[in-house]
Write a protein that binds this ligand. Sequence first.
Ligand code: PMP
Length: 393
Amino acid sequence: NVYLDNQATTPVDPRVRDAMWPFFCERFGNAGSRHRFGEQAQAAVTQARAAIAQLIGASPREIVFTSGATESNNLAIRGVCERPRRRGNHVISVATEHKSILDPLAKQARHGFEVTYLPVQPAGSRQAGRIELDDLAAAIRDETVLVTLMWANNEMGLVQPMAEIGHLCRERGVLFHSDATQAVGKLPVDVGELNVDLLSFSAHKFYGPKGIGALYVRRQTPRVRLESQLDGGGQEGRLRSGTLNVPGIVGMARALELAVEELASESQRLAALRNRLFHALVQELPGVELNGPVLDDPALRLAGNLNCSFGDVEGEALMLCMPEVAVSSGSACSSFDLAPSHVLTALGLGPDRARASLRFGLGRFNTSEDVDYVIQAVIAAVRRLRTLGAPPP
Ligand code: PMP
């Protein structure tokens, strides 16, 4: 079996598991308790918070631990939109966002907000999926309370021009949130340089455990004020009540340390594997088309991501034909609905080509042999399906 779905989730790195281990049975205290056990847990949380903050250019009190990026995204959007004193009821986003952005925005729209969805550059262009800064500049109004744009796209790997977007938002005095779930651990992050005010991320995308994530919340110039969504014990500066997930927090910090340490060499390795995979498929099979931005510019596309369509073949059928290869058609979060991917459709792909697409997500534990295996498996499966689907002679 070959796992090539690292945009859906990643395995926990054994070094991360080792760091977490003592916090399950020995150092199990509640970080809020005032005794030895609690203090021990609190010390571990403090250390992890400082490490994570430092790795993204933030200060420790700007990190709010959550259960993952879905919660972070909800806290950012609802937190801003539900503030009683705000300057208006307008939000800007884009149609290629994750559901954990689109659904909270749809809910705000039902409660009187207006949401502008920026267009993206169409399929076939070098920067397919990127927004145009001029469109963003034109969309910002006096009543705009938030711009929320995903940093790196989970389906097609597209990387938005974050620094330019942040600069524009800052210039116009609008809060900028980014769902950085696919970017943190894979791209260098410095929230100061990016002028981002709110940043969501999740440990299970960078070889940490599931069920732990964070929201970076800027505390100075500007100080971002959010309406809390979970109230109770007042943890996390009253923004997110609930007993802290100490093993998860320790694991997330260790996972981020490792990812940042290995970032440069790993990006190169993954891009080379990914390119080899794509070029082998194109060479052996007719009708293979790349979805999303070009592969040759690391500023445009995540190193480990490949998304392509196989003419006349359904992605779902292709997956069934090679059960030993774990890839994805659409994103894991939307795989319950059979509609073609909203991301590929937003690029202008027709439903047939969108349904004919597969996402390959390469990651830390993939080897060159994995890629060789997958190349052969895909070629065989596509040929088989095309023979079956061909009209009788
Ligand atoms: N945003 C993006 C871009 C994602 O890829 C994911 C995970 N599929 C999420 C948000 C949700 O993250 P989590 O699983 O941590 O809730």
